[in-house]
Write a protein that binds this ligand. Structure first.
Ligand SMILES: NC(=O)c1ccc[n+]([C@@H]2O[C@H](COP(=O)([O-])OP(=O)(O)OC[C@H]3O[C@@H](n4cnc5c(N)ncnc54)[C@H](OP(=O)(O)O)[C@@H]3O)[C@@H](O)[C@H]2O)c1
Length: 255
């Protein structure tokens, strides 16, 4: 019998990329701690992972309830000894054609979940991993972080904030043997991207995305942007004259 000492923690495991990552890692000898909001959907992921031989613990937790989420993480870590934490939970919003701007409360909620709660959770994870003298934190951001998308200002803003936070956290934690990997996906076929009706260049199957993310984590990458076309786009925008960039971004039709 194989004895399991360490656990893998995933937020957003009830759907999309988080769910696919849970299924990717699920096998005999692996212990998974899966978080989501929707208890039923989360349990479905857990069941599939158990069928593949993993030991699975679930917690239905809204990460926007941050004090509760921090306490829950400390509790789960002391029980299960987490060595790899993937923060995939996230929300998105797109301004409708009839709206001049996004809904202010949606803007607040996106900032809260994608940036504030995720960063606070990454911080408590870092604190626990420093105590364990090692570990890996993976933050799922987006290629939207590199572009100021006018009809998804809250989303691109929240992910840009997360990117800066991830870099700072990585520099801060490296001397403690804790690594931080920032993952920036392009379009991945999940319930989130299916809500966007426009053309989705490079749209990728979620299982393929999970396998690429897992490879990047294994290789110890600091930053992983995929598909590679978006690395090119990031630098094109970076070096483009600001006026031209604003003109092009302003012309992109909303989803
Ligand atoms: N799909 C894409 O094309 C794409 C592209 C770039 C980046 N991303 C990023 O990838 C991550 C995963 O997205 P996805 O495509 O897998 O989306 P998804 O299928 O909609 O899944 C989002 C996950 O986040 C969880 N979540 C949302 N709000 C939460 C909250 N307040 N507390 C706890 N959990 C919460 C959801 O839980 P419940 O379902 O239980 O509510 C769900 O498990 C996100 O950070 C997203 O920004 C996605």
């Amino acid at each position: 019998m194989k004895i399991v000492h360490k656990s893998l923690f995933i937020t957003g495991a009830s759907s999309g990329i988080g769910r696919a990552l849970a299924l990717f890692y699920a096998k005999e000898g692996v212990r998974l701690v899966l978080w989501g909001r929707h208890a039923e959907r989360l349990e479905k992921t857990a069941e599939l992972c158990r069928k593949k031989g993993a030991i699975v613990y679930t917690r239905s937790q809204d990460i926007a309830h941050i004090q509760e989420a921090i306490d829950s993480y400390r509790q789960d870590d002391s029980r299960y000894n987490i060595h790899l934490a993937i923060l995939s939970a996230g929300v998105s919003d797109i301004k409708g054609d009839s709206q001049a701007v996004e809904d202010p409360l949606a803007v607040f909620h996106i900032g809260l979940v994608n940036y504030a709660a995720t960063s606070a959770l990454a911080t408590v994870i870092g604190e626990c991993m420093v105590r364990h003298k090692g570990g890996k934190i993976v933050l799922v951001s987006s290629v939207a972080a590199f572009h100021a998308i006018p009809f998804a200002a809250a989303y691109s803003g929240s992910k840009a904030g997360l990117n800066k936070f991830a870099t700072a956290l990585r520099i801060l934690l490296r001397k403690h043997g804790v690594s931080v990997c920032l993952v920036c996906p392009g379009f991945v076929d999940t319930p989130m991207s299916r809500r966007v009706k426009s053309f989705k260049p490079g749209l990728m199957e979620v299982d393929q995305a999970a396998s690429l993310i897992a490879d990047a984590i294994k290789m110890g990458k600091k930053e992983f942007i995929f598909p590679r076309f978006f690395v090119f786009l990031k630098y094109v925008e970076y070096f483009m004259p600001a006026k031209l960039r604003d003109f092009i971004l302003g012309k992109i039709p909303s989803g």
